[in-house]
Design a protein around this ligand. Structure first.
Ligand code: ADP
Length: 450
C-alpha cells in the first residue's frame, strides 16, 4: 500500500502549509502534506504577534521609514549576534513579498505596529485586531484546500529514507492504515520545535528541568530526531526561549508589563521571594524553587487600570479577584495573615522607594487600592530557537557543510535565524519566508533531478 509523491511536506503548521502551497504555485503537481495531529496549525495557530517585514507598502502608507538593513541590524542585535547573518538577511530581503503573498492568498496583514526590539513600526497584523495565528492558519488551510493538496492527518512521519548517496528517497509514516512508505524525491521538514518535549529540552538545556510549556503537544522535535539520523547538522540547540509567568492551566502568557507596571510575585505561603523585575531566567528559577514550582502574580486596581492586556486575562477567567487582601488570600488558599503582612511591608517599601528585602528598583504603585487580583503562574518553555542547519536556499546541511540532497526545512525546526533571542514578529516571518523558499527549492530540485 506504499504511495508516492514528488514532494512530501512533513508537518502542516505555518511553515509546512506555506511550503506546500508555494511548491504548487511554482508548478509542482504531486505534493502531499503529512500531519501527525488530527488538525493542522501546530504552534503557528497560537501566535499572537504578527509578521515583521520591511520596507512594505503598508509602512510607506503610514509614513514609516524602514529598510532591509535596519531589519537585519535589529534582528542581529536582538539575537545577541548569535544569528546566522545570511539567514537574517534572506529573511529581511523576502519579508515585504511575504506580506503581499499572505494577503494575495486571502489573508489580512495590513496594520503596522510597534513591537519589542524593532527600531520602528514593523510588525504586520490583521486589521480587525484578531490574533495573527488563527488568521494565518485559516488562510493557509483554505488555500491548501483550494489547490487540492492532500493533507494526511493523524499520520506521523517516522523516518526519512535515503539512498547510498544520502539522497532522499522516501518517508516512512504511520497513519490510520498502519505503517507505510511514501516514495518521494524531496522532503520539506516543517515539524516545528521541541518545546513540548521535556526530555529533549533538558537534554539541551538542563537548567530548564521542571518548566511547563506554552507549546501545543505535537511540538516534540520529531524532525530533529529524523534529521539527525540522516546526518543533518544542528545549530544553537541550547537556545530556548522561556517565559517566567505563564498560567499553568491554560498556558496564557502574562506579559512582562504586568510586573513592569507594578505587580508583585508571592508564593503559596503568601510571601515575596524575588525582585520581580529581574531577568526572565532569574525570575523563572526563583518561581520553580517555591512550593509546587508556582507563584501568584498579585496586583491591585491601579495596576489593572494601567495595562490593557490585563482585561484579556480577566476575561479569560484566569484571574481571581476580591475586595480585600484577606478575601483574595482565602480564595487562592494562601494564609491571610502572611499575605496581609507582605502587602503592608511592600507598601512601606514603595513609599520609601527602597525594597530592603529584594532590591526592586521600580515600584509603580503601593498596591493598596481595591480590588485585589491574583493570577497563578509558572515558568514555561516558549520557543526553541535552535534546530537543523540550513542555508539561504532552505537546504538542510550535513555535518560536512554540504546539502543533504532532497532535504529542505523551514520554520521552528530550523536554527540560525533567531540566534540567542527571538524578537516578537520574527517567528511568523520565519514561517512564511523560509516556508516559501523551502517549497520553491524543493520543486526546483525535483525538476532538476526528475
Ligand atoms: P512552524 O511554526 O515551524 O510551522 P508548527 O508547530 O506550527 O511549526 O507546525 C509543525 C507541525 O508539524 C505541527 O502541526 C506538528 O503536529 C507537525 N508534526 C510534528 N512532528 C510530526 C511528525 N513526526 N509527523 C507529522 N507531523 C508532525
Amino acid at each position: 500500500q506504499d504511495k508516492s509523491a514528488d514532494i512530501v511536506v512533513i508537518g502542516a503548521g505555518g511553515a509546512g502549509m506555506t511550503a506546500a502551497i508555494q511548491a504548487v504555485q511554482d508548478g509542482a503537481k504531486n505534493v502531499v502534506l503529512v500531519e501527525k495531529m488530527p488538525i493542522t496549525g501546530g504552534n503557528s495557530v497560537r501566535s499572537t504577534g504578527g509578521l515583521n517585514a520591511a520596507p512594505t507598502k503598508y509602512q510607506e502608507r503610514d509614513g514609516i521609514e524602514d529598510s532591509i538593513e535596519l531589519f537585519v541590524e535589529d534582528t542581529m542585535k536582538g539575537g545577541h549576534n548569535l544569528n546566522d547573518e545570511s539567514l537574517v538577511r534572506t529573511l529581511a530581503e523576502n519579508s515585504a513579498a511575504a506580506v503581499d503573498w499572505v494577503n494575495d492568498i486571502g489573508g489580512d496583514l495590513s496594520v503596522v505596529g510597534m513591537f519589542g526590539g524593532a527600531s520602528v513600526k514593523r510588525i504586520h497584523r490583521p486589521s480587525d485586531t484578531s490574533a495573527v495565528g488563527p488568521m494565518l492558519v485559516t488562510t493557509l488551510n483554505n488555500k491548501v484546500e483550494e489547490l487540492g493538496i492532500p493533507v494526511l492527518l493523524n499520520t506521523k512521519a517516522e523516518e526519512i529514507l535515503v539512498d547510498a548517496n544520502g539522497a532522499v528517497t522516501g518517508v516512512k509514516v504511520t497513519g490510520e492504515e498502519g505503517t507505510y512508505t511514501i516514495k518521494t524525491k524531496a522532503v520539506v521538514l516543517a515539524t516545528g520545535g521541541f518545546g513540548a518535549n521535556a526530555e529533549m529540552v533538558t537534554k539541551y538545556k538542563p537548567s530548564l528541568a521542571g518548566f511547563a510549556t506554552t507549546n501545543h503537544k505535537g511540538a516534540t522535535g520529531d524532525g530533529i530526531v529524523m534529521a539527525e539520523k540522516i546526518g543533518a547538522d544542528f545549530v544553537d540547540m541550547d537556545q530556548i526561549q522561556t517565559h517566567p509567568t505563564v498560567n499553568p492551566t491554560d498556558q496564557t502568557m502574562y506579559t512582562e508589563g504586568v510586573r513592569g507596571n507594578g505587580a508583585i510575585l508571592v508564593n503559596k505561603e503568601g510571601k515575596r521571594f524575588i525582585n520581580e523585575l529581574e531577568t526572565r531566567d532569574v525570575v523563572s528559577e526563583a518561581i520553580l524553587k517555591q512550593t509546587e514550582g508556582q507563584a501568584y502574580l498579585l496586583f491591585d486596581q491601579e495596576v489593572r487600570e494601567s495595562l490593557k492586556a490585563i482585561e484579556s486575562y480577566i476575561k479569560g477567567g484566569i484571574i481571581v479577584e476580591a475586595d480585600t487582601i484577606e478575601g483574595l488570600a482565602e480564595q487562592i488558599g494562601v494564609d491571610p495573615a502572611n499575605l496581609k503582612e507582605t502587602m503592608e511591608k511592600y507598601a512601606g517599601y514603595q513609599a520609601s522607594g527602597s525594597d530592603s528585602d529584594f532590591g526592586r528598583a521600580s515600584m509603580e504603585f503601593p498596591l493598596t487600592q481595591a480590588k485585589y487580583y491574583a493570577g497563578l503562574c509558572a515558568p514555561a518553555v516558549h520557543h526553541t530557537m535552535g534546530g537543523v542547519k540550513i542555508n539561504t536556499e532552505a537546504q538542510v546541511l550535513n555535518t560536512d557543510g554540504n546539502p543533504i540532497p532532497g532535504l529542505f526545512a523551514g520554520g521552528e525546526i530550523t536554527g540560525g535565524v533567531h540566534g540567542g533571542n527571538r524578537l516578537g514578529g520574527n517567528a511568523v516571518a520565519d514561517i512564511v519566508i523560509f516556508g516559501r523558499i523551502a517549497g520553491s527549492a524543493a520543486h526546483a530540485y525535483v525538476m532538476e533531478n526528475g
